[in-house]
Design a protein around this ligand. Structure first.
Ligand code: NI
Length: 179
């Protein structure tokens, strides 16, 4: 189980790089992502959310648990609008418009070709997780008014700022002189 990075952590805004080594470390990453997703629990989890900048995500949908590496998405023209949330933005969800269907082509952790196809909630999940690999969060996809409300809710959230960098106390006391 790994800590899930929260909104405000710079890794969530950094595009992840394609996987080139299909080795033991990659299998360990898929394992950790899967366990962390199931424990949360969440419908999906992308590697940057546990601090790893690689193009890998896991998902669970209708009892099926899987993963995809280096995904490329094709989206349907038809859209759907519905509730969406993110493990990196805990306890908040907002209406988000997404493509209704998606075909995601990539490979599995052994480098074998894998196509993941879905509609409705699985399609939403795949688009959400693929966005994470580009440093995009679902709040970026909201209509302007909803986005404004979302940003306000995030600022006011209990966990807000928890992932901010820790600044060490100065070893040199200021004796109340200030700066
Ligand atoms: Ni998310």
């Amino acid at each position: 189980m790994r800590d899930i990075r929260l909104f405000g952590d710079p890794i969530l805004r950094s595009p992840a790089v394609p996987v080139v080594d299909f080795d033991k470390q990659l299998r360990a990453l898929v394992h950790d992502l899967t366990e962390t997703m199931l424990d949360a629990p969440g419908a999906g989890l992308a590697a940057p959310q546990i601090g790893v900048g690689l193009r890998v995500f896991t998902y669970q949908s209708d009892g099926v648990v899987g993963h995809l590496v280096n995904p490329e998405l094709s989206l349907s023209d038809e859209t759907q609008t519905g509730d969406e949330g993110c493990l990196s933005i805990p306890d908040l969800s907002f209406d988000c418009t997404r493509a209704y269907g998606v075909v995601a082509r990539g490979v599995d952790m052994y480098g074998e070709p894998l196509v993941l196809e879905g509609t409705e909630s699985l399609a939403r999940c795949i688009q959400h997780e693929a966005d994470h690999l580009d440093g995009i969060l679902f709040v970026d996809r909201l209509d302007p008014q909803t986005r404004k409300a979302a940003m306000k809710a995030i600022r006011e959230a209990e966990w807000s700022g928890l992932s901010a960098p820790v600044v060490k106390e100065s070893p040199h006391p200021m004796f109340g002189r200030g700066l």
